[in-house]
Design a protein around this ligand. Structure first.
Ligand code: NAG
Ligand code: NAG
Ligand code: NAG
Ligand code: NAG
Length: 198
């Protein structure tokens, strides 16, 4: 069965996937939920209200730290899927459909929202950036690092889906949407000055 071995390592359980535990999707679903939870924290930190209530420099450092955290969780998720596939082969179409649908409804919208808000925040980081801190460079480094771990995660997500099959194309679609969003955000931060469009 898919994910059998790793299911034993899962320590957390949420109501959302208990019903699917018999299919042994536990750990990947749990890690996907963990990624989404980390992304929600970045999303909250990027809220314009937070910029007005605290020093924007310290807000930027919190965001920087949260990117580090989500990067670690995403990397771990890719290892887990990789290990599962090595042990058990690709998911059944039914398992993959559940998994991909969850990615589509939680991870993808949250990530797109974070990247969007990151773009919008660039002028604020630029305006408040002390030259020696270079907040724009910091966030750009975060974006590139998170792109790398997301690529591994998405590569594994695609690898876990039966190919050929509907879930395989859906995984590729997710990858396309996410990569386009990363491109936009990275382009915005690579623009010189406060501008988000070159
Ligand atoms: C932070 O950025 C906001 C939005 O641009 C600005 O209104 C505010 O004055 C800035 N706060 C500080 C402490 O620099
Ligand atoms: C996933 O989202 C894409 C759009 O980003 C959509 O085209 C696709 O139908 C969705 N798939 C599922 C299974 O929700
Ligand atoms: C990103 O922001 C723009 C406007 O700033 C908005 O039109 C668009 O829907 C947003 N996209 C996402 C995925 O949140
Ligand atoms: C899957 O994840 C592992 C661990 O991060 C990585 O080494 C591997 O390259 C990934 N596979 C794909 C197809 O991206």
């Amino acid at each position: 069965m898919f994910f059998t071995q790793l299911a034993l390592l899962s320590l957390s359980a949420s109501a959302a996937y208990v019903g699917h535990f018999a299919r042994n999707l536990g750990p990947p679903v749990a890690t996907l939920n963990a990624i989404t939870a980390e992304l929600k924290m970045i999303d909250f930190d990027l809220d314009p209200e937070n910029f007005n209530s605290a020093s924007n420099t310290s807000v930027a450092f919190v965001i920087d730290g949260t990117f580090e955290a989500v990067n670690a969780v995403t990397l771990d998720a890719s290892f887990q899927i990789h290990a599962c596939v090595s042990l058990n082969g690709v998911a059944s179409p039914e398992d993959a459909a559940f998994f991909i649908n969850l990615a589509n409804t939680t991870y993808v919208p949250e990530l797109l929202s974070v990247l969007n808000k990151t773009i919008i925040a660039k002028p604020i980081f630029f305006q408040d950036s002390l030259p020696e801190l270079d907040l724009v460079e910091n966030i750009l480094a975060d974006l590139n690092e998170y792109l790398d771990s997301s690529l591994l995660y998405l590569g594994n997500l695609t690898m876990a889906a039966p190919n050929p099959g509907a879930q395989f194309s859906e995984a590729l679609d997710i990858e396309k949407v996410v990569l386009r969003a990363f491109d936009e955000a990275i382009d915005a931060y690579e623009c010189p000055g406060a501008s988000t469009v070159c």
